[in-house]
Design a protein around this ligand. Sequence first.
Ligand SMILES: Nc1nc2c(ncn2[C@@H]2O[C@H](COP(=O)(O)OP(=O)(O)OP(=O)(O)O)[C@@H](O)[C@H]2O)c(=O)[nH]1
Ligand SMILES: [Mg+2]
Length: 277
Amino acid sequence: MTPPGEGGIGIIALAGAGAARLLDRVFVGTRRGASELPLGAIAHGTVRRQAEVVDEVIVARLQAEAEPRFEVNCHGGIVAVRAVLRCLEEAGARVVDPSQFMPRARGGGPLSPSGVRERALAALPHALTRLGAAMLLHQAGGALGDEVGRVCHLLDAGRPEEAAARLDAALEMAPLGRALLNPPKVALLGPPNVGKSTLLNALLHEERVIVHHEPGTTRDVVAETVSLGGVPFELMDSAGIRATDDDLERMAVDRAADLAARCDVALVLFDARDGPG
Ligand SMILES: Nc1nc2c(ncn2[C@@H]2O[C@H](COP(=O)(O)OP(=O)(O)OP(=O)(O)O)[C@@H](O)[C@H]2O)c(=O)[nH]1
Ligand SMILES: [Mg+2]
């Protein structure tokens, strides 16, 4: 269930009718085995391949959708998790994609309450900011269905203007919801030497890119994600756009022009000392 990578613990879910028997083949509990565990209880022990200890683990017994389920909490990191997974596979388990453990929508389509909940929970691990995670948990808790219910209630009560205002307000929130999951690409564009790279560094609170008084400092497009007020943005610094005979500089300018064409927001900077126009 935890993604492969560095971490304190790794959690492996084991589900299915034969889960307890399978776990008994590899788990040696300090006090009791997996099949002796009451629902909701945990057991300390080791996962073993014959006599060899593969990892020290905590096993929890759960029940999900009328199916026995265990969670094996082993040490984190790719090596430890893979070793435990291999042991379980050798004992007869089939390794599947973690998304299969997400709650499944029971009919009703993607906009049904269970469909919205499923999609919100599936997106939760990819939330980039706390605001994004809060929005997804709000949706998983049925926020959209509740709002539709309020609108229907207003319509039933003969108050269509108020219903329309509520719907408009909900629709206005949609771009923010989308931006929380897919950071808008904000390109820093403009002539050379106007402070594009300085602004990127200031927003990142670090000296990420070189700033210099010579025009033509930035050549490549540099992208970094930054959270502003809880909303993630992909900020993209680029070369200053100007006419040039220099081959290398023309390539850099071409990249900036290409960025201007594909970004969501073009933030065009100018030197205030040059005045308006
Ligand atoms: N006075 C003043 N100087 C600034 C400001 N922002 C940046 N500078 C200076 O302007 C110079 C150019 O800044 P950069 O951030 O490298 O400008 P740039 O637009 O990225 O330049 P290129 O990469 O060459 O296109 C540096 O010497 C900065 O210290 C500002 O707001 N005021
Ligand atoms: Mg620059």
